[in-house]
Write a protein that binds this ligand. Sequence first.
Ligand SMILES: [Zn+2]
Length: 313
Amino acid sequence: MPQDHANRVPLILCVDIEPDERDIRTDRDAAGPWQATDDCLALIAALRKDRRERRAEPVLVNWFWRADPQIQETFGRADFAVTRFLGRIQHEGDPADEHGNHPHAWRWSDARRVWFNDFADADWIAHCIRLSHETLVGVLPRRPTAVRFGDRFTSAAAVRQVVALGYTFDLTPEPGHRRIPMFDREPLTTGALPDYRKTPTHPYFPSPEDPTRAARSGSGPLRTIPVTTYPHRWLTRRYPFVRSRVATLNLADPPADIQAILEDARKRRTRPIVAVMRTGDFDRHRGPIQANLLTLFARDGIRFATPHTFEDP
Ligand SMILES: [Zn+2]
């Protein structure tokens, strides 16, 4: 192990393995589009191989699997993605890679023939978590212990449920984001995305009443590792591109934005850095994802970690 190991910033790279479209409207009965993932996995495998050859240390990636009702109904079986991609990932990857659960709350409306996020129905959310968890337990190499809820949704009940199922890490929250009542502009959407303005930017034990906040006790069965964000800053002031939104370290975003977030994280000594991406974005956002992954895999000051290894000395 190189001596500078402890000085380098742990990076938890979360790759959500997802279909090309978020909202699969075209033909519900066909084996819908899941094309972009293959090229995306090939790129990650090549970059990882290259980095391994340069450095004598593990290069770990965190895979988050979809196995929820939208996957089951669209692709015929909830374990569609795992069946199609896990063998390849295990062959190209590291045995210590993290394999986690990424349940979305999409629900099909027969009347409107659309998918919508049913965030307000606690029974539906519980069903999504249960189906994806039970499916993944049956097919993953290890029982999953890390979760990332889809679309940064969370609730006290959802976190209670994953704790009861044995999860010990939640990598959902994106600190700084405001409550969003009508996410994805679909009129059938119910509920809202949580208010993350009081969410810590470092790992914390969530309050049992509100998982967007830290527990007073400072302990608990599950630890939240928030995604790295860049809160309330000007990303660019050049008219007409004036933007002051909270930015998430999502690798589909322009490389200049990603550089700004990484620079801010360096100044604020954010540990670990948590980056996210979805494989389904690789067709539409190939340029930025490629450039951002290249930057990260070439970087010397970081080490690729999982929730289980980011604190290793
Ligand atoms: Zn997702």
